[in-house]
Design a protein around this ligand. Sequence first.
Ligand code: MN
Length: 232
Amino acid sequence: MEFAIVPPAQAAIPVAGSAAVFPVRRIYCVGRNYAAHAREMGADPSREAPFFFCKPADAAVPVVPGVPTALPYPASTKDFHYEAELVVAIGLGGADIPVEAVPGHIWGYTVGLDMTRRDLQAALKAKGHPWEAAKAFDRSAPIAPLVPVAACGHPQAGAIWLTVNGRRRQQGDLGEMIWSVAEIVARLSTLFRLEPGDLIFTGTPEGVGPVVPGDAIEAGVEGVGRLALAIA
Ligand code: MN
């Protein structure tokens, strides 16, 4: 096959402890999956189920330990927010996956940031418009190296945290998710056929907030990994 233009590069993230990289097909995200975060965003978690949105695969920014990463402050915002999240990587595809079968479809886990242009999001929400401009912009998904299930198991509890310039901003626990990882994957697979290479951001605990150029972010998930980057 001859391409009419040079085909775009395959998006990929590193695999911890390996020279291999994990190719990224799609990035799905869950909104409002921790009750305290739903409340801080003005939603009532008892009345509203979590929901899904997407980022493009090439929004992924690999963040490798020991390699300084500078994330450019994006255009078109004055309120650039972090959201620390557990990220699930799909290794075996499927549709209508039963909750109890989900572990067999997961290749690994890592920590990622669902970076958000919060001022745009608020304006889009107010108009009932799609969220892409707020969530799916370039470099909106910094991601640490992926940890295979063989190394980290299937974490269902443990700290999820984020600091800015060394100050704790987010501190939650995976056990506080409204939908568990298995429930998220099962539910998502009723809406979209999942395929190897899909990543799923599983929502953020409370404490989201803005960063400005010069700020240093660190985030981690207990038993999975951590990432560090600077806002440029
Ligand atoms: Mn999020």
